[in-house]
Structures are given as C-alpha cells and as structure tokens.
Design a protein around this ligand. Structure first.
Ligand code: S3P
Length: 434
C-alpha cells in the first residue's frame, strides 16, 4: 500500500522532462534489430514494458547494449534473427506481444510467447487470425497467450482491420514487409502511425494513402540502422497536463513532449473543455515534439464518440477525471477497447471513482460523468487493479481531495513511468513563481 500525496497547498509548479515514449521505444528496438548496421536510441524508456522488448530481442540473437537511457543495437537484418533457446517472456506488454507475433510469423523457426496474468487475459486472435490469412502458423491458447509461432513464408494480404488498433496494424505491417508481394491494410479509423513513420526512416516503403486509412506495404525492404532521440511520452505527460489543469494555482512546463497528431487527442479535448495549454519550441525534425505549458482552468463538460477515441485511447481514464471536475454532464462513448487493456479500464474507473464519491455511470463502451456534483469520498483504499495508468490517474485524483488515501498496486507505475511518484513530488515542492 502506498500513501498518496495530500492536496497541495499552493498548486503544482516547475518544469519536467517526462520519460521517453513507450510506443517509439519498443519500435526503436524492434526495427533496429531487423536493420543492417547500428541503431542508437537516446532517451529510451527504461520501464518494464520496453525492457521486455529489449530482452526478447537479445534472446532472438540481437546484440543490444543499454547504458542508462542510451541503447545501441547491432542490427542482424530482416532474416538474421535466431531461434531463442527458451520461451520469450512478454511480461505485461501487449505492444511487445502483438508486434513480435507479426515479425516472428515470417521467420524460419519456432518460438513460444508467454506473459503475466493480465497479458494472458488479453485477446490475441485479432492478430493471429489475419496473420493466418497470410500463411502464418500461430497457435494461441483459447485466443490468449501462451502462443506458439511456427514461422512460414508469408503471402501478401488485402485486409480491413476489425478493430481500431495500432498494435494489430503494426503486427500486419511487420508481416507484410516479409511477404511475397505488396499488401494493402485498411484501418477503421486512423490510429497511431509510429510504425509507418519509423519503418520509413529505417528505409522501408510503407505508404499511407490520402484517405488516411489505407496503407500500402512494399515487401522485403533493406532496412538500415538510424540514430534516434525518443521524444517524451505524451501518455506520461498527460498525468501532469491533467494535474496542473485541475489543481488550482498551478503552472507546469513539460519539455520535449511527442506531439504526433495521432497521439494528441487529450490536447484537443482539454482545449475544448476550456483547459489552458500552450505549445512552445515545436520541432518537426523526425517525430514532432514541443514544450507544453499548462495552467489551471475551470472546465466545461464534453461529449466524445468513437471517432475521437484512437488519438486519446490511453488517456481516457484521465479524460474521465477531467469530466469529474467539469461543470456539467460529460459522455464518453465508443471506447469499448478500454475493456481489453491491462485491466478492464471502464470497470476499474467506475469502481475507483465511485469510492471517491464521483457521480459516474458505466456504459458498455464508456461512461457518463456528472462533474457538477461535489465528490463525497466513501473509501480511502484505492486500487490500481495492477494497471499503471489506473494507478497514476488515482494518484492525480487524490491531489483534489483534502484527505489521505492508500493505493494498492502502486508499483504498477514501473510498467511505463518508474519515476512518476518522484516527478510528482518534485512539482509539489517547488516555490510558486509568477
Ligand atoms: C500501442 C497501441 C495502443 C495503445 C498501447 C500502445 C502501440 O494499443 O493502447 O498503449 O504502441 O501500438 P491498441 O493497438 O490495442 O489500441
């Protein structure tokens, strides 16, 4: 049990550089591994999820050295991975699992993947079924991990994705670069495009057509290693964007945050609700980054539907928290994917927010929240449900209440943001400045 920080007396102040982006750190290791020559990653996210990817590729015979946040990968090429001598441990990481499935589907050896209890409940057929259409031989356990992948020669696919998922799309792109002919993938809605952008930076030919949802993947690229500085993770900065908005008298500067337009749904929502965020020092070389300056604000309620969800998928528990302080009723729908994240995030948000006395109603694909009602705390023991993003959302919520809480499963923050509690302390202890 972790004792959560009390309500800050004079707001949150200061400057933070949040850790490297999780999605980009995973892909940096994977694409560096299948390239020729060296890839150097700076500001790599040294959290448990990305370390699962790093270890898995070492087991696949790729020389990878990490010194702090710098990782050097000696790429072995698209056909240079080796059969690992034991099953690969995916830990808690859905991104590692699904992307590696696409890659290993076309390799000429057999691999077994397993994961922790949470990951072993998450759906894998969404990846194994389209891969099977490409000729892959993947055996999942009643739709879940453990999975056995028997690499095969893959053929091209023309496929409409059934879920708006960047992980599924990326798995299919990684299979399609190993196929015999060009493949076409059509998304339901645009999702984060790091795989497309980064693979092209490594030398691949992955083209997104002007409709924004059709992707053409050319096979057998010769990928070459690159040097890359991973931007700060928008999904980690999000906790501080929301904290500074909601804690009165706050002003925070978040440095070098990744602002790829497929990830900035929270910024749009915050602005629509009346939030105050200013972008400075935008840098467009590679993945775009900017410094974000956020100040406290009074909020209006919001309605969000399916079209807005992919760009804010990981920040939705925080959107629920914003809604719980807005001056009216907000509705978040079209977010059924939240039920198959590290935990069922709809159920977890409703259960924990109810303990805080927030007026919230569960929908099959979202929530209705009445922020105009005062919070009437019912329980002081909160639970992360073993989910990093739920744990951190609750830690931010506790800043808004004048009483102390305990958080079970606080160590789950190590999945994506090991320094979270230290960073939070640091902005609470800085003298207020004008
Ligand atoms: C990710 C895609 C999203 C996101 C996850 C990271 C990625 O998952 O929730 O945290 O790096 O591709 P889905 O593809 O399941 O939506």
């Amino acid at each position: 049990m972790k004792e959560l920080t009390h309500k800050p007396l004079s707001g949150l102040h200061g400057e933070l550089s949040v850790p490297g982006d999780k999605s980009i750190s995973h892909r940096g290791i994977m694409f560096g591994a299948i390239s020729h020559g060296q890839t150097i990653l700076h500001h790599f996210l040294t959290a448990e999820d990305c370390l699962s990817t790093l270890k898995a590729f070492q087991q696949l015979g790729v020389p990878i050295k990490r010194t702090g946040e710098t990782v050097v990968i000696d790429g072995v090429g698209l056909h240079g991975l080796k059969k690992p001598d034991k099953p690969l441990d995916m830990g808690n990481s859905g991104t590692t699992t699904r992307l590696i499935m696409g890659l290993l589907a076309g390799q000429n050896f057999e691999t077994t993947l397993f994961g922790d209890a949470s990951l072993s409940k998450r759906p894998m057929k969404r990846v194994s079924e389209p891969l099977a259409e490409m000729g892959a031989d993947i055996c999942v356990t009643e739709g879940h991990l453990p999975a056995r992948i028997h690499g095969k020669k893959l053929h091209a696919i023309d496929y409409h994705l059934r879920v708006a998922s960047a992980q599924v799309k990326s798995a299919l792109i990684l299979a399609a670069i190993q196929a015999d002919k060009p493949s076409i993938l059509v998304e339901q809605l645009p999702t984060r495009n790091h795989t497309e952008k980064m693979l092209n930076a490594f030398g691949a030919a992955v083209e997104t057509l002007p409709d924004g949802v059709t992707i053409q993947v050319n096979p057998q690229p010769k990928l070459n290693g690159i040097e890359l500085t991973v931007p700060g993770d928008m999904s980690s900065a999000a906790f501080f964007l929301v904290a500074a908005t909601l804690v009165p008298n706050s002003k925070l500067i978040l440095k070098n945050v990744g602002v790829n337009e497929t990830r900035t749904g929270l910024l749009k929502i915050l602005k629509q609700m009346g939030g105050r965020v200013v972008e400075r020092h935008r840098d467009e070389s590679g993945e775009p980054t900017a410094d974000l300056i956020v100040s406290s604000a009074a909020l209006k309620p919001i309605e969000i539907g399916a079209a807005e969800i992919p760009a804010v998928i990981d920040e939705l528990p925080l959107v629920a928290l914003l809604a719980a302080k807005a001056n009216g009723v907000s509705r978040i729908t079209g977010a059924g994917e939240l039920r198959v994240k590290e935990t069922d995030r709809i159920a977890a948000v409703v259960q924990e927010f109810t303990k805080l006395g927030i007026t919230i109603r569960e929908l099959p694909d979202g929530f209705v929240i009445d922020g105009s009602q005062p919070w009437q705390v019912k329980k002081h023991q909160l639970d992360s449900h073993g989910d990093h993003r739920i744990g951190m959302t609750l830690a931010i919520a506790s800043l808004l209440v004048d009483t102390s809480f305990q958080l079970a499963g606080a160590e789950s923050v190590n999945i994506s943001y090991p320094e979270f509690f230290d960073d939070l302390e640091s902005v609470m202890n800085v003298e207020s400045y004008s």
